[in-house]
Design a protein around this ligand. Structure first.
Ligand SMILES: N[C@@H](CCC(=O)N[C@@H](CS)C(=O)NCC(=O)O)C(=O)O
Length: 396
């Protein structure tokens, strides 16, 4: 499985906690191309001094790097949130939980811990599935700047779902939100096999994206492995569910950030909202929190523009958001309550999860006013919050 580099720039960490990471390279390239090249040109023409030009950027980079490193070192050293013991389960058990979700009817026997950012759309998607099916689980809020809660792992993104296997030396690490979702669904169908066995159905392969960048791909991520069990519904319904789940990941999720970071004030409002629901006051020191809010909002405002271009959104990005939600509602059609019929399927839960990541932003209020997505959204919310899908666990 992928082991991205541990040493990352502080500024990247600030921006990445929401949506930025898949676009990181593109954003960096375009940002530096557009802003740095023009800056370089004007500075060079003003100074007309080649030596200064050659030496200047190196010096500024060194100063900036030293500053960032110092700050990160300072915040890591003073952190007391996380105690990591060596060897076995204590690694996971000693990490501070931000909350515990307990559902009485859960008899899955799984001891799950979700490492997450509260408002990351991929994490919201996994939570929607866990809650709908009534799994009990612990939540660890990862500090998006230091990521100290993930130090035990080579994987540097969230969500990560950890399952303690009962063997004190082992725990299972699951990542890639759509793999986690398919894996949980497959487990509910065939509880005789452990998650560890089922994970072998979702192999990751390394693919090269562009010229140099390598990433992991999980070709089976939208497939539920029914094996000997009778698959529910028709083949067409299962295909529809897979296609819409893919659409949520490949299309819908990319419309969100250019919208919530559309203007500087909207970007700031969004970051204040993320700070509230992510309880950053508890998880960050005060300077760290304000730094993330203000620098994060500024960075994401600019990145939002890059994303808008990259994903070819309309000039008025709200219109792209309304269009995608209208497409979703058309997909459900007038005679169904949910994409899954009378109850949500994995496409409903994925779409709901991703959408609820912006529920407290002004963008979401605009969406409710300008589309018909509201009633479906609140129907799904109520199914998720009441653990309406919990019966498969009860039957085991
Ligand atoms: N394809 C992954 C995407 C996960 C992802 O990009 N997570 C972001 C948060 S929204 C992250 O952890 N970024 C941190 C980083 O890249 O350093 C999934 O579906 O789980």
């Amino acid at each position: 499985m992928a082991a991205p580099m541990r040493s990352t720039f502080y500024i990247r960490k600030l921006g990445c906690y929401m949506f930025a990471s898949p676009l990181r390279d593109e954003i960096k390239r375009k940002f530096w191309q557009q802003h740095f090249t023009s800056f370089k040109r004007s500075w060079y023409s003003t100074t007309r001094n080649k030596k200064i030009w050659e030496f200047g950027p190196k010096l500024s980079c060194a100063v900036a790097l030293a500053g960032c490193t110092g700050y990160i070192a300072h915040s890591c050293l003073k952190s007391t949130n996380t105690v990591i013991a060596s060897g076995g389960n204590p690694i996971i058990e000693n990490i501070k939980r931000s909350r515990q979700v307990r559902v009485d009817t859960d008899n899955s026997g799984l001891k799950l811990t979700l490492f997450q950012f509260q408002t990351c759309p991929f994490c919201c998607k996994v939570r929607a599935v866990l809650d709908y099916y009534g799994f009990s689980y612990d939540v660890v809020e990862v500090n998006s700047v230091t990521k100290k809660q993930l130090r035990w792992s080579d994987y540097r993104k969230v969500p990560v779902l950890v399952c303690e296997t009962g063997n004190s030396d082992e725990f299972l690490q699951m990542y890639e939100s759509s793999v986690i979702v398919s894996l949980l669904e497959t487990f509910l169908i065939d509880k005789k096999q452990s998650l560890q066995q089922l994970l072998t159905f979702y192999p990751g392969i390394e693919v090269t994206e562009g010229k140099r960048r390598k990433k992991m791909d999980f070709p089976n991520r939208y497939f539920i492995m029914y094996q000997d069990s009778k698959a529910p519904g028709s083949m067409a319904q299962r295909k529809e569910e897979r296609e819409w789940r893919e659409w949520v990941d490949d299309v819908f999720v990319h419309v969100l950030s250019p919208n919530v970071y559309r203007t500087p004030s909207e970007a700031l409002e969004s970051f204040y909202y993320f700070s509230d629901v992510g309880e950053w006051e508890r998880n960050f020191s005060t300077p760290e929190r304000y730094l993330v809010i203000y620098i994060g909002a500024a960075a994401m405002y600019f990145l939002g523009k890059v994303l808008k271009k990259r994903h070819q959104l309309k000039d008025d990005v709200r219109q792209s958001l309304y269009d995608t939600c209208t497409e979703w509602m058309k997909g459900i059609g007038p005679s169904r309550q949910f994409m899954g019929g009378n109850q949500p399927n994995l496409a409903d839960l994925s779409m709901y999860g991703v959408l609820c990541s912006i529920e407290g932003c002004g963008t979401f209020q605009d969406l409710l006013k300008n589309t018909t997505v509201g009633p479906w959204f609140y129907r799904t919310k109520s199914a998720v919050q009441s653990h309406a899908g919990a019966h498969p666990l009860r039957e085991s």
